[in-house]
Design a protein around this ligand. Structure first.
Ligand code: CDP
Length: 223
């Protein structure tokens, strides 16, 4: 297996990873892979069929029986996700899923299963993959690694605008609270916590627009 051309982008919620990753993928002609969508899809399924999110044994059994499929769309610049044959691309973005996903992402067998799937995809094509542990755990051999972050308030405002844009009735206060809770849970968990890989280029997007973020990434990848 060769992962030599892979590009890993990690960072906290709302830092702009997925938007930057999609644009970068388009520019370099790679396929964009959203690892968070996989954790979200399992969370969505559990909530839909009534499996308790804190019942680790049942979640692990459910995860082992779930068929997840990632299909690149828009020439590889977007990802569609299917759970047991049903498309869940839009449903997995709800605040309810966002509020529960970090609990599932702590579970060892869930992580190992999804990481295997992620490596499998990256072994078949050149990818720009985003998440929390891509540079540290999923693709430690990735050629380029970025750690994208921004201040909490800017990240919450971005996520709030995104959700309002889809008609979701949320308040900025609630979104900020959820972003902070997820930051803490993802950074403090025992397994594969959100940390910057030692060789990852740190990009703080607090005062950068998305075009500037992608420009910085391209300047590293294309030199
Ligand atoms: O897009 P956003 O930054 O809000 O989150 P996401 O990438 O969709 O990931 C949702 C959640 O899945 C994260 O808060 C983590 O709890 C988990 N996750 C993870 O543990 N490892 C990954 N590689 C990707 C996501």
């Amino acid at each position: 297996m060769s992962f030599k051309n892979s590009i890993a982008i990690d960072g906290p919620a709302g830092a702009g990873k997925s938007t930057a990753a999609k644009l970068l993928a388009k520019q370099v002609g790679y396929v964009y892979v959203d690892t968070g969508a996989m954790y979200r899809a399992l969370t969505y399924k559990a909530l839909s069929i009534g499996v308790r999110i804190d019942d680790e044994e049942s979640i692990e059994t459910m995860a082992a029986e779930t068929e997840l499929e990632i299909k690149p769309s828009n020439c590889g610049a977007n990802t569609r996700i299917f759970c047991d044959g049903y498309e869940v691309t839009d449903q997995i973005r709800s605040p309810l899923v966002s509020g529960n996903v970090s609990l599932i992402a702590r579970m060892a067998s869930v992580r190992r299963r999804l990481q295997r799937l992620q490596r499998d995809i990256a072994s078949q094509m050149d990818v720009v993959m985003d998440g929390r542990d891509v540079g540290t755990r999923v693709l430690p051999e990735a050629r380029f690694k970025f750690f994208l972050t921004a201040s909490v308030i800017i990240r919450a405002e971005r996520r709030y605008k995104e959700l309002r844009g889809t008609g979701e009735p949320v308040s900025l206060w609630a979104v900020k609270k959820q972003v902070i809770a997820r930051d803490l849970s993802d950074s403090l968990r025992f397994l594969d916590p959100l940390v910057r890989a030692p060789t990852a280029v740190l990009i703080d997007s607090t005062n950068l627009d998305i075009g500037q973020v992608v420009e910085v990434m391209v300047s590293h990848v294309c030199t």
